[in-house]
Write a protein that binds this ligand. Structure first.
Ligand code: GLN
Length: 196
């Protein structure tokens, strides 16, 4: 059995828990730092990245999350979660956890398009992946180690760097759980070949 945690400091976590379900997966709602130790993988949900960061600091999650990433354990950040993972945030002096070599731009689709749905073609996953965008960021630039998994309207909306996965949208808000299951497979593989 592998353990995947969903960071539950803010935002909806129930849908993530459901999308991660698999016979060999135990999903844990993470509210305390001590729970992280048992986790083989972690999901950062959407919400509001500055609020989430404030709560990360308040509850002492900052260093433990950095250590989790430094150990090479898989992390999947969705929307605000992806912003937490970026090395650079356009227009902001400091990033948050800085685990993926990419620059993100917050609220990049503008006011007219606060939320919308799209079907994406995703590398390694398939076509017609349903994606719900809510005040979504975009991934503006990626480093050489980062693999672009999906674009929408010529903009990068999903990417992977080794054990780290990020997307601009909310894959948990649809019945299509392929993207979460792609992450589950990453966790499976990381356990088969432990990080050095
Ligand atoms: N706009 C939010 C932020 O900047 C992210 C939105 C979301 O997670 N749905 O943090």
């Amino acid at each position: 059995m592998m353990n995947i945690g969903v960071l539950a400091l803010q935002g909806a976590v129930r849908e993530h828990v459901k999308a991660l379900e698999a016979p060999d997966v135990e999903v844990t709602v993470i509210k305390k730092v001590e729970q992280l130790e048992q986790m083989d993988g972690l999901v950062f949900p959407g919400g509001e990245s500055t609020t989430m960061r404030r709560l990360i600091n308040l509850y002492g999650f900052y260093e433990p999350l950095k250590a989790f990433a430094a150990a090479g354990k898989p992390i999947f950040g969705t929307c605000a979660g992806a912003i937490l993972m970026a090395k650079e945030i356009a227009g902001q002096a400091e990033p948050h956890l800085s685990v993926m070599d990419m620059t993100v731009e917050r609220n990049a689709f503008g006011r007219q398009r606060e939320s919308f749905e799209a079907l994406l073609s995703m590398k390694g996953i398939g076509d017609d992946v349903e994606a719900v965008f809510i005040r979504a960021p975009i991934i503006r630039t990626t480093g050489t180690q980062v693999d672009v998994l999906a674009e929408y309207d010529g903009r990068i909306v999903a990417a992977q760097q080794g054990p780290f996965l990020a997307c601009s949208f909310h894959p948990e808000l649809t019945d299509d759980d392929r993207f979460h299951q792609y992450f589950v497979q990453m966790v499976r593989e990381s356990l088969a070949e432990p990080a050095v």
